[in-house]
Design a binder for this molecule. Sequence first.
Ligand code: TXA
Ligand code: MG
Length: 335
Amino acid sequence: MLALRRVGSRRYDPRMNCPVGQDVKRAAAIIRDGGVVAFATETVYGLGAHAMNPQAVARVFEVKGRPRFDPLIVHVNDTEAAKRLTATFPKTAERLADAFWPGPLTLVLPKVEEVPDLVTAGLSTVAVRVPIHPLARQLIEQAGVPIAAPSANPFGQVSPTTAKHVQQQLGDRIDYLLDGGPCDVGLESTVLHVAEDPPTLLRPGGVTLEDLERVVGPIRSLESTEIDDNHPQTSPGMLSRHYAPRTPLRMVEDLTTCDVPRKAGLLTLNHPPAPERFAAIEVLSRTRDLREAAATFYAAIRSLDTQKLELILATPFPDKGLGRALNDRLRRAAK
Ligand code: TXA
Ligand code: MG
């Protein structure tokens, strides 16, 4: 008999696994009919539903165990489709879309009335993104509707970057899993509020701040004092604890001076001093390449999380480029 494993606060039953494959036609039909499909994107796997169908969207919240105050990103295939969901599309948005779509950038803009309140958690804005992953694009194309999708993990947990991750976490709760292989970027999209100038960075991600600023000039970053779990509406996805493994995770600046418990794991960009102190080590890029590190980051956290460690120690990344997004995820995983 197959054992039942704990996933979040419920039991995951591997006998109930959903169909998995590359059958875009089937996945698109499920979306149109109000079902829930997990699908590959270049950032992380998404948990998709027909964005204009509130009942389908409600299932996404239910499957993910996501609080209703945390709005979803709507995925479309081009700027024209994004404009149909938004009441205004300022010049800044236009420039960003030209430069980074399709790709890992999400723009938050005033919504049109037709976008269901459930998708936007009652906000007057909607988050839109145009993915570049070919399977995601085919799915949107064939479904013929915008697809609302959060990352395909139970709320607060580590995001999935392979189909197997999705299967392990949500495989028994979804209608189909569109397997597009491991995600290239490996971190979620950058979320940028562009309704007013200057734009505000709500979540660092796959497009770097440096690249954004090269196109639109200075971008305002949310100060940590503005990120308040009691006022999640200002930036709903910025709840401080998020992206978290089960094993406690702590950030350490200096590995040479810190205390290392007996069963500690290490998550680090490049090879550490005195590696024998650790029961398990994940080196993300021997050449200190932040792209390579981002692509394997979540899989490395998952791997450490399965090794019955007392603690995961993690060294911060250089605070530039993708390193900012990586540090952001580490800080939230460490809370
Ligand atoms: O890369 C990604 O963005 C992935 C893939 C599947 O596209 N999706 C993803 O979704 O990471 P999710 O739900 O895990 O994160 C969406 C973020 C959350 O922080 C949410 O609060 C924010 O976007 N968001 C969505 N709509 C918003 C809005 N109207 N105003 C402000 N933030 C919004
Ligand atoms: Mg997420």
